[in-house]
Design a protein around this ligand. Sequence first.
Ligand code: 6PG
Length: 451
Amino acid sequence: MLNNIGIIGLGVMGKAIAQNIGNHGYTVSLYNKTYEKTALFIKQHPFFSGFEKLNDFVNSLEKPRKILLMVSANAVDYVLDQLLELVEKEDIIMDGGNSFYRDSERRMKQCAQKGIYFIGMGISGGEEGALHGPSLMPSSDHAAYVQVVSLLENIAAKNDEGDACVSYIGQGGSGHFVKMVHNGIEYADMQLISETYMALKKNNYNNAQIADIFETWNQGELFSYLITITIDILRFSDEEGEVLDRIKDVAHHKGTGAWSALSAIEYNEAVPSLIAALQARFISSKKKVNHAYDNDEQVDDSFIDDLKMSFYLSKVMIYHQGFELMKKVSDENNWGLDFTEIARIWQKGCIIQSAFLKKIISVYREGKTLLEDEKILQMIDHDQRNWRHAMQILIMKGVYAPVYLSSLTYYEGLSTCLGMNLIQAQRDYFGAHTYERIDKSGFYHTEWQRN
Ligand code: 6PG
């Protein structure tokens, strides 16, 4: 019976998860690089044990020890190297930070050489999730996972059915990989909401009206945590007025969305909406060109409904891309990722939690993808013209909408001729790269004539 755990790292997430674990009746030992933080935390939460020295911290733990690292990704190696000098065979080290999945694979091997178990675990939910119940994506050593599963189930968020939002993801770094794709989707979800906000703003809706529109969208199948917090943000004022209006038009990032994009490129997978969201943040830092396009033409009332439907279909494209990326990488690494389970554990606790995940669960349970689902395909057939019309309005109003537009063009790319015959002909023309034919198998070269 596991009732004792050590946590290293008392940043925002470390502190919150420590409290969550403590609230579930476990005894918790704490260590942080700077002892002042530990001392302060212990003062506020006297039922935790804090240690100034790493070896005292390690010695305080029952064997086999369970140690959760909650340090920033670039500090994991440093901490792990020190820890590996102190722990003993069969102890378990879990990395709950936003580590790059390949680093987790390397660290798992490094630990295995000393007979130490390693669990690379994606954790999502920010401070609130970590405190009240995050979504957990543990992977790597299954033998270690079974020893900590009860702890993880206790502290994880619970979905509407009461099931814990944690599941063993798979071998190697798959847990951190899935968390990384979660973040790639998170960027796209956030950007889509932001583009909607701008579309409404450019049509003269104020923050309060935009919040009201989002509130109606949030009642049904578009419900999401990200829309919920957006409504709060849009309605928030302090003594100087609406805070949102005073925030600079520049977004930052800490790298996980970029890792998703790079992985997609590495594995030849198309995730244009995810990449568009990342690049939107890059573009926001660039120097502005002072020639904005203004168009005051009024749009008719149907625009809001069309935008809502476009939002839903863009979400379909975003998640289709994210899940296709996971499938590709899972197949190539033999991880055997279970997409129904992944959607299930994202239902609560994490940043991208939403009603839409229920749809994904039902589709993957039938062994289909989102773009093989009859209802979604019928919706596309029925609403396609309005979807295109809404996108036309975004363009004509000069709304910056890279995720909306790349989601439509992603669908376009999957459903129409792409003109790649001409690309192949060009490649063959200048480099004899050959092309495949529609009527025969094999690769062909033509001696193209220069006119
Ligand atoms: C989560 C979040 C979190 C992430 C932040 C910041 O699931 O709890 O994904 O892990 O670090 O959202 O991400 P950016 O700074 O890259 O936007």
